[in-house]
Structure formats: structure tokens, C-alpha cells
Design a protein around this ligand. Structure first.
Ligand code: ZN
Length: 284
């Protein structure tokens, strides 16, 4: 049986005392609702999704890429694919990875650029997922002539992120992933939006085979978030200066969030070319 999620002490108060089921509507959603959709689809969909580990970036990127017919570019997949192909570059990369070293930026940049070129040739936009991770990588992409038109930061309250990471389970038989965290946090006035994330519980046949990743412990999750923030600060700063950064706070599960995200992106497409995205103020 799956036991109730054991929460880190710092979250007990939030989760135990929570009774509010109401959602705070982010400011950006209000902005979207008041928008008119009368202009053509003229902006290049050269998008990047940013976001901390655990926010669901992979899930949302996959669905959004499919929804808009974009080439979904996942840096990790490109690396794995190249290694698997057995090309000379792949063999070189395999050697580096097996030594436990990090791949040099220029190798990943080349792979990403090739993929972007293919997308352009096919007349498709693209959605970058997990790249660039640093301001330096973003600058290099720019130097290669890749013009990012929207860098959307998928954000989530830290207490919810941690609970979500600690709730991850994998079935040892079918290998499918589940999440037993049942998150329902009231808004903290002026700082954080309310968030409701129901658990994604496993089916009966997987119940007895739930495994926790060894590194899904609170200290490791916190450390991962710290490392992410160290890199993300300058990266967000870079995109902010380029006037392409916007923030999208996630305050619900996938079924609640997807329509809001699509509405947001439709609005982005419908606004004037030079309109600067305003940073969402939902939890500032
Ligand atoms: Zn299973």
C-alpha cells in the first residue's frame, strides 16, 4: 500500500491546516481574458521553457509542442540520440560522459542548432526544453543567429515543488512514474498564490511496487533547487534584458494548467510584434 506522503517538518503546518479550495487567478490570466484576438499568427514561435526541477517542464513542453506543431527540442534527448547513433561525435561524447565529465557547451550547442535548422527548413517553430541552462549558453545561441522570441519561466512555490519531488514514485515492474503528493496550500498573502495539486496515484497492480529514487530526499531536492537557482538567475536576467522573459506560475494540476497556458500563448501570438511581455505579478 502507498502510505500517506511524509512531509518535511516545514510543510506540515501548511498541508495540515489547509482548507481553502479556491484558486488565486494569476494576474496574467486576467490579462489574457481581456485580450482581443484579432491579429494574425505572425510571430515566430521560437520558444524556450525555463523552470526548476519538479515543475513539470517536460510534461508541459511535450504537450505545448504538440498543440502548436512545434519541434520539441530536448537537449538531453539529443545527446542520448547522438551517442546511440554511433557517429564519430557520438563516440566522442560517450567517452566524455562515461568519464563522468560534463559535455562541453559547444557540442550541445551544435546539436541544438542543427535541430533548430531542421525545424526552420520544415517551416516549424521550436520549443527548447532544458536548454539553454546558463546565460553563457543563451548568449552562444544568440551568436549563432537563433532568435528566441519567448522565454517562459514556469514557476511554482518552493514548498509545493519540494513536496512534489518527495512524492515521486516509480513502479519497479512497469517503470511508470506516479506522484503521491497531495498538495493543497492556501495563498500566503502578498507573496505566494494558492496551489492545488492532486496526487497522481498508481493503479492497484503497481501499488506494491512503488519505489523512491535514492536522491529524492529533502536535502538533495533542496540542493538541486539551489543549484538550479544559481544558474537560473543570470539566465532569466539575460532573457529579461532581451525583453522576451515572462513568468507563468503553476498553481494547479495538468488539466487545470494546460488551458490557461494555451490561452496565455494564444494571447502572446495575438499581441503586437513589439509588445514587451510584462512579467506576471502573480506571486511577487
Ligand atoms: Zn506498474
Amino acid at each position: 500500500m502507498v502510505k500517506a506522503l511524509r512531509l518535511p517538518a516545514s510543510l506540515d503546518g501548511f498541508l495540515g491546516a489547509c482548507s481553502s479550495r479556491s484558486l488565486v487567478i494569476p494576474d496574467l490570466q486576467r490579462r489574457i481574458s481581456s485580450a482581443t484576438n484579432n491579429s494574425s499568427d505572425s510571430k515566430a514561435k521560437n520558444w524556450v521553457f525555463l523552470g526548476p526541477p519538479g515543475v513539470g517542464k517536460g510534461t508541459y513542453s511535450t504537450r505545448i509542442a504538440k498543440h502548436y506543431g512545434l519541434t520539441h527540442i530536448v537537449a538531453g534527448d539529443l545527446v542520448r540520440g547522438e551517442i546511440k547513433s554511433g557517429s564519430s561525435l557520438g563516440i566522442e561524447m560517450k567517452g566524455i560522459v562515461e568519464k563522468g565529465d560534463l559535455l562541453p557547451d559547444n557540442i550541445i550547442l551544435d546539436l541544438v542548432q542543427q535541430k533548430i535548422q531542421k525545424a526552420h527548413q520544415a517551416g516549424s517553430g521550436f520549443l527548447l526544453d532544458g536548454f539553454p541552462r546558463t546565460a553563457g549558453q543563451a548568449e552562444s545561441l544568440d551568436a549563432m543567429g537563433v532568435d528566441i522570441t519567448l522565454a517562459l519561466n514556469l514557476s511554482m512555490r518552493e514548498d509545493a515543488l519540494i513536496a512534489k519531488c518527495l512524492g515521486r514514485r516509480t513502479c519497479s515492474k512497469c517503470n511508470k512514474g506516479w506522484n503521491i503528493a497531495d498538495i493543497n496550500l492556501p495563498a500566503i498573502h502578498g507573496t505566494e498564490p494558492a496551489i492545488i495539486l492532486p496526487p497522481l496515484n498508481p493503479p492497484a497492480e503497481c501499488l506494491d511496487r512503488m519505489q523512491i529514487r535514492e536522491d529524492d530526499t529533502e536535502p538533495v531536492v533542496r540542493r538541486r533547487l539551489d543549484i538550479y537557482r544559481e544558474e537560473a538567475g543570470p539566465l532569466e536576467g539575460y532573457f529579461r534584458r532581451k525583453r522576451v522573459l515572462d513568468n507563468f506560475p503553476i498553481t494547479g494540476g495538468i488539466p487545470e494548467t494546460m488551458p490557461i497556458l494555451v490561452e496565455y500563448l494564444d494571447h502572446w501570438l495575438a499581441t503586437n510584434e513589439k509588445e514587451q511581455p510584462k512579467a506576471a505579478q502573480a506571486h511577487v
